[in-house]
Design a protein around this ligand. Structure first.
Ligand SMILES: O=P(O)(O)OC[C@H]1O[C@H](O[C@H]2O[C@H](CO)[C@@H](O)[C@H](O)[C@H]2O)[C@H](O)[C@@H](O)[C@@H]1O
Length: 290
């Protein structure tokens, strides 16, 4: 698809892009016509937070919280839907205790966890026994396959374990070399492999961003859903918006574009240049609804 501002575009900081598709234009129209029933769902890493080599150092774009806080009171709900543990996203995003974000919801672990700003509470699932088994076997596997020596490292997320290759000398080669052995390890312990941007995550099955988005939108009786993402794990949410559209609920698919992952670019209604572009879009929506 593409970014898709037309030749008559308004280049002011608060201009809204023209979606490339008819479904996207209908989604944006519905959003602006009835914002009080619009639900905004946003991925975290690569969408609200720029990608950095160390996940512990990832932080929301500096304009993200102000844009979210300006938009949230004008729509039905704003939620962050992430592969991170919810409380990690809350911390790295700086989302707690922000005026305007009093009702923010963070759905962590692809929707298996939920943190509510209104109460400060976290609902988290029971641990899957396969994660402990994988945690125990993983160091040996990384050593045997030479992955440890190639600069991969492990992020223990509690309910999942992620093997990162971004800091390896050849991140793509390290990623590809690990695919099969990690798939075998995950399968033996009842887990699935979630591939992402230079990361292979071993996590429990049964929840994905599509199911989470659908359930969240239905719980709020959303009249329109905006979803923004950047990575393969966001594709189920894209599919969920497509399904909602087929059922009569308009939606807007936003791609936080990168050269690393191109799958979402082909399917988006609006493509923006990374987290800075996402945040500018959120600010423009808030400005339009002011
Ligand atoms: O669902 P998301 O919010 O997009 O989270 C997906 C994964 O994001 C994190 O990894 C990615 O971001 C890191 C920090 O910028 C980067 O170093 C890494 O290469 C990316 O894959 C996070 O560390 C994972 O646990 C998430 O599953």
């Amino acid at each position: 698809m593409g970014s898709h501002q037309d030749s008559t575009r308004d280049d002011s900081p608060h201009s809204l892009p023209t979606p490339a598709t008819a479904a996207g234009r209908a989604g944006l129209d519905a959003f602006l016509a009835d914002p009080g029933r619009a639900v905004v769902v946003l991925d975290f890493d690569g969408t609200l937070a720029p990608i950095v080599p160390d996940p512990d150092q990832a932080r929301a774009h500096p304009d993200a919280v102000p844009a979210l806080a300006a938009l949230a009171p004008k729509v039905a709900s704003v939620a962050v839907l992430t592969g991170r543990p919810a409380e990690v996203a809350v911390h790295h995003g700086g989302f707690a205790g922000v005026p305007g974000l009093d009702h923010l919801v963070v759905l962590g672990h692809y929707g298996a966890e939920r943190w509510d700003a209104a109460t400060g509470t976290l609902a988290t699932p029971a641990p899957h026994p396969g994660v402990a088994a994988v945690r125990a076997e993983l160091p040996g596997l990384l050593k045997r396959t030479g992955a440890a020596a190639r600069g991969t490292w492990t992020e223990d997320k509690g309910h999942a374990v992620a093997v990162h290759t971004r800091r390896a000398p050849d991140p793509h080669a390290a990623f590809e070399a690990l695919r099969a052995p990690l798939a075998d390890l995950a399968r033996r312990h009842g887990l699935i492999v979630e591939p992402g941007r230079m990361v292979l995550e071993l996590r429990p099955p049964g929840m994905d961003k599509g199911a989470a988005l659908r359930s969240y939108a239905h719980s709020l009786d959303a009249a329109c859903v905006l979803f923004a993402g950047d990575d393969l794990g966001d594709l189920p949410a894209y599919a969920a918006v497509d399904t909602l559209r087929a059922e009569g609920t308009p939606g807007l698919l936003v791609c936080s574009a990168s050269d690393e992952v191109t799958e979402l670019r082909k399917r988006a209604d609006v493509e923006v240049p990374g987290p800075a572009g996402v945040v500018a879009l959120l600010a423009a929506l808030a400005h339009r609804l002011a």
